[in-house]
Design a protein around this ligand. Structure first.
Ligand code: GH3
Ligand code: MG
Ligand code: MG
Ligand code: MG
Length: 294
């Protein structure tokens, strides 16, 4: 697990790094509050932080406060390290948002057990996050999360005057798959579809399982033409790469896809926009399935 060490003193940073590495952590260092905040912007930012109290510029408690003010829902466990003694300092640090408090110069054994306690909480939080946002069967986003990402895309698109496309994909005659190959066969097919989606999409495209065999894909900065190209690649990959459930049994599948490009003037809100893609999907089903309609 990564740990962010924020301390203006090079010797303390080195001592912390050495100890943490010995215990299997990966230390990342910042010399002041601004550097620390910058490191926390990264998508893979550390969630366990050891912060010094006295630093030039932003103090430890000030840094704690500004980390707690972020409203992106990310969790950080903060261990405050200081030469200050007594209950006053503990209260001030923890009121500023620290989770735990440690005196400097630090005792190796105390630092070890407190970092271990912090890492247990960070791991627990990561597990909860995973459970709350991922679909248990396919590991793509669940409905709650894709709805949230969808709302973010609308907000960003409106703010930056950029566009994005929405793709709703529904497996054709999926009931027959379950009837023929059993529920377990159907589950394998769903996982296979998500694999195909992931290999045919870009890193910043988002896939969510919206209902049983219905998927929603957000394509940032993508217009209708580009989205059509992506949808066609996916449609044909699914048609020509069946799900192998054993050496001699494979499930052939096709999908129908509804596409829409976000248009601020036309789409009054999220559900109006979704409705357009959903209608396109309905038309794809009505006109024979295994096709794309926009
Ligand atoms: P259409 O081409 O019109 O979409 O036909 P369809 O059979 O796919 O239509 P419908 O949406 O009515 O049926 C979806 C089926 O998907 C019903 C349900 O048995 C199955 N299903 C939903 N969730 C799961 C799941 O998690 N696992 C499996 N194996 N099947 C599921
Ligand atoms: Mg200091
Ligand atoms: Mg279906
Ligand atoms: Mg369906």
């Amino acid at each position: 697990m990564d740990v962010l060490i924020v301390d203006d003193d090079a010797i303390t940073r080195l001592a912390l790094c050495t100890a943490l590495e010995e215990w299997g952590f990966v230390p990342i260092v910042a010399e002041n509050g601004d550097q620390a905040l910058q490191k926390l912007e990264a998508e893979t930012a550390p969630h366990l932080l050891i912060i010094d109290w006295s630093m030039p510029g932003m103090s430890g408690p000030e840094l704690c406060k500004s980390i707690r003010k972020r409203d992106d829902g990310q969790f950080f466990y903060i261990l405050m390290l200081t030469g200050k003694e007594g209950n006053e300092a503990i209260v001030e640090a923890m009121e500023a948002g620290a989770d735990d408090f440690l005196n400097k110069p630090f005792d190796h054994r105390v630092l070890k057990v407190r970092t271990a306690a912090g890492s247990r909480i960070v791991r627990l939080e990561q597990t909860l996050n995973q459970l709350a946002s991922r679909d248990a069967l396919t590991q793509c986003w669940n409905r709650r999360m894709i709805d949230e990402l969808f709302a973010n895309s609308i907000a960003e698109s409106t703010r930056k005057q950029t566009t994005f496309s929405l793709m709703i994909l529904d497996i054709d005659h999926f009931k027959k798959v379950n009837d023929t190959y059993g529920h377990a066969g159907g589950d394998m097919a769903l996982k296979h579809i998500v694999n195909i989606l992931n290999t045919n999409l870009r890193e910043y495209d988002q896939v969510g399982r919206y209902g049983g065999e219905e998927f929603v894909v957000l394509l940032p900065a993508t217009d209708q033409n580009e989205a059509w190209g992506v949808a066609e690649r996916i449609r044909s990959a699914i048609q020509f790469q069946p799900t192998r459930i054993s050496d001699d049994v494979k499930i052939d599948l096709t999908v129908s896809i509804g596409l829409a490009q976000f248009d601020r003037r036309q789409d009054a809100n999220q559900s109006a926009f979704f409705e357009r893609a959903d209608k396109a999907l309905y038309n794809a089903k009505q006109s024979g399935r295994n096709r794309i309609v926009s």
